[in-house]
Design a binder for this molecule. Structure first.
Ligand SMILES: NC(=O)c1ccc[n+]([C@@H]2O[C@H](COP(=O)([O-])OP(=O)(O)OC[C@H]3O[C@@H](n4cnc5c(N)ncnc54)[C@H](O)[C@@H]3O)[C@@H](O)[C@H]2O)c1
Length: 332
């Protein structure tokens, strides 16, 4: 049955999901805080800057009014980059119907509080039903209907199944999970490893380096994730190793692209300015390091990324410091 859905955030991912939901015959309202973005969508039905070539249907509604995007909606998809999750969720408070499901699709971890994005949404909006939807999914590929698999996660599996029904179609396969915490941690921390993978590329290293960073990277993520209460199997799945592979291997990944520029000699600030999008791994790197220290978990790759990003360490030196660590067995 067709649902009324609000999509909050009109960047590449919000636009790709709005398109997918309209293909699935739901009634979609897209909100952005940026009025020029809404003007562009009303005029062209296309996010020309962030997802060119993906045309949205004539009956889609575009608005800068958060109440219009939330009230009377069965499902509200929050698709702004993670640094804006808290402020946007605060705006949504009081406009979310009791029974509606808020779907969190961004990736990040807040430094200081160590809150995941669904925890921030719960705190700020008091929404009763929250589902995390993430996995290895580039907007450019979802927007053009390429086969993609993703996971809908919630402690309340009925909510996850409802989201599965709403989003799933022949080119978008949705699994469910009861481990939203593990999913969110995997989604946030893979961006930090993608920065490392990009740095390796920028330094001119090859596939061996990339494979080492991906496999040792998922070890680090899982070590911290399981210590904090995530399930080991989650890190072996689409939101763990799956998302890590896609982010480290693809030029669609802004984290990898920023890493390449840093490997070639730019500072973190210069690289972010050049990529012209929020590079979420830079925000999550500090939070990951602080969380690891709090729990006494070793995260050598994420530690070196922090030193490069925030202490000006030479990327080549960071890479060699990883190679010169004490001898170890692969699996302890
Ligand atoms: N792009 C992808 O392929 C993809 C896939 C899966 C998940 N995600 C996640 O989805 C989230 C959004 O990513 P994106 O690619 O759409 O980002 P984007 O940079 O394309 O979009 C940013 C959008 O956020 C909104 N925005 C900008 N500044 C804002 C502010 N100050 N307050 C409120 N809203 C503001 C605007 O609508 C803007 O277009 C991220 O967490 C990302 O990791 C992205």
């Amino acid at each position: 049955m067709s649902k009324n859905i609000g999509v909050i955030g009109a960047g590449s991912w919000g636009t790709a999901l709005a398109k997918l939901l309209s293909v699935n015959e739901h009634n979609v309202t897209v909100y952005s805080a940026i009025s020029q973005e809404i003007d562009m969508l009303k005029e062209f039905h296309e996010q020309k800057e962030k997802l060119p070539g993906v045309i949205l249907p004539d009956d889609m509604v575009f608005t800068t009014d958060i109440a219009e995007a939330c009230e009377d909606k069965d499902v509200i998809v929050l698709a702004v980059p993670s640094p804006f999750t808290r402020s946007t969720a605060r705006l949504m408070k009081g406009h979310i119907p009791d029974e509606s499901i808020v779907v969190s699709v961004a990736k990040g971890l807040e430094d200081g509080s160590f809150s995941t994005l669904s925890e921030i949404i719960k705190e700020e909006t008091e929404a009763r039903h929250i589902v995390v939807l993430c996995g290895p999914t580039h907007a450019e590929e979802v927007g053009t209907g390429m086969p993609t698999a993703i996971v809908a996660g919630s402690k309340d599996i009925k909510d996850a199944e409802l989201v599965q029904d709403i989003f799933m179609n022949d080119s978008f396969r949705v699994y469910t999970s009861d481990d939203p915490y593990g999913m969110e941690l995997g989604g946030a921390l893979k961006n930090v490893i993608a920065l490392a993978a990009g740095i390796g590329d920028g330094l001119g290293y090859g596939d061996n380096t990339k494979a080492a960073l991906i496999t040792r990277g998922i070890h680090e993520i899982a070590r911290l994730g399981v210590t904090c209460g995530g399930k080991k199997e989650t890190f072996e799945g689409l939101t763990g190793i799956g998302d890590l592979i896609v982010t480290c291997a693809s030029m669609h990944s802004r984290n990898r692209r920023a890493g390449i520029l840093i490997g070639k000699g730019m500072s973190a600030d210069e690289a972010m300015a050049e990529v012209k999008q929020v590079v979420e791994g830079v925000y999550s790197a500090k939070a990951a390091m602080h969380l690891a220290k709090k729990h006494g978990v070793s995260m050598p790759i994420i530690e070196q990324v922090n030193l490069v990003l925030f202490d000006g360490k030479d990327p080549a030196e960071a890479m060699y410091d990883l190679m010169r660590r004490d001898k170890k067995a692969e699996v302890i």
